[in-house]
Design a protein. Structure first.
Length: 306
């Protein structure tokens, strides 16, 4: 995907390409260290965990985590373990979401899905193993003056749990084939997408010992960016090809899922994504121009084409 050097709402010129390339490399190096090597027995599970984790995801949640840490004056060193933990949770959710019992998808991140390569049993276990790996990584968090390790673990557990990420998936499954209104759709998007994106930003702030006011700003930012991200995802599902997306395009329509384009149309969906991104920008005001990476990411996520 082409990314431009962009001038963001703060007026500062920020090279997002460079930011993403450097942070993705650092996160990949750390993930490679955290995950058991493929030779570790049983080799199949470690191969499967690595197969999905290194399949070429955009690493947006780690990027949000690291950008939030920077906005709060923190370091990549302190934030990277948490960035890795959220990427493990995210990848687990994608593996399980693709299973025949859920969305039954053959492609993800431009490659065959885990169950297609390793079989359903190993795919379920690879997801489980990535979920638990996330907590093992987070347990190594060095507490700051404001945030204990237990708080970090709770933050992740709540975002990934039955009232957030899993609640979104349940509502999504139960909503298939039903005519949902925008409030019901927003309930799904808040949990399925916004919860983990928001958690990523909050964790970055917490790794930097952020103030309560900064944490609130990151919460608001993550919430709006997360919703915008999902509205854009719904739009791309109907406007882009399978090749471009690296996953089956048009799937929402086939599965009779409620989406913003299906309920309000494409044009209004684009306007909603813009409004949500504008609210995300507004949330960054307390950072007084120091959240350039977060602002650039929000802008990039609005304009992405895959
Ligand atoms: C708990 C099984 C389970 C599922 C939770 C996350 C999720 C719900 C389902 C995955 C499918 C989906 C459409 C989720 C919404 C969030 C989203 C758009 C995920 C895709 O994120 P990207 O585009 O993916 O950042 P990459 O592959 O780039 O990391």
């Amino acid at each position: 995907m082409k990314r431009a050097k962009n001038t963001i709402s703060t007026g500062a010129s920020f090279d997002l390409n460079q930011f993403l390339a450097e942070r993705t490399e650092a996160v990949n190096r750390a993930l490679n260290r955290y995950l058991p090597a493929v030779q570790v027995k049983p080799a199949t599970i470690h191969k499967a965990m690595r197969y999905s984790l290194f399949a070429g995801g955009k690493r947006m949640r780690p990027a949000l985590c690291l950008a939030a840490a920077e906005a709060c004056g923190g370091t990549d060193e302190a934030a990277i373990p948490l960035a890795c933990a959220v990427e493990c949770i995210h990848t687990y959710s994608l593996i399980h979401d693709d299973l025949p019992a859920m969305d039954n998808d053959d492609y993800r991140r431009g490659k065959l899905t885990s169950h297609k390569v390793f079989g359903e049993g190993i795919a379920v276990l690879a997801g489980d193993a990535l979920l638990t790996q996330a907590f093992e990584i987070a347990a190594g968090f060095k507490p700051t003056a404001r945030y204990a390790t237990a708080q970090i673990i709770q933050e992740i557990a709540v975002a990934a749990g039955s009232k957030q990420l899993i609640a979104g998936q349940v509502a999504d499954l139960e909503g298939e084939g039903k005519k949902l209104n925008t409030a019901q759709l927003r309930f799904i998007h808040e949990r399925k997408t916004s919860a983990l994106l928001g958690c990523s930003a909050r964790l970055g702030g917490m790794s930097a010992n952020c103030t309560p006011a900064q944490l609130q700003a990151l919460t608001d930012f993550g919430y709006h960016v997360g919703l915008a991200f999902q509205v854009i995802d719904d739009i791309l599902d109907v406007t882009q090809s399978t090749e471009k997306l690296g996953k089956t395009a048009g799937k929402d329509l086939t599965a009779q899922k409620a989406t913003y384009p299906a309920i309000v149309g494409l044009e209004k969906s684009r306007a909603i994504a813009k409004q949500l991104t504008a609210k995300a920008f507004e949330s960054l005001k307390p950072f007084h121009g120091k959240a350039v990476a977060l602002a650039a990411l929000a802008d990039f996520l609005l304009k992405r084409d895959c």
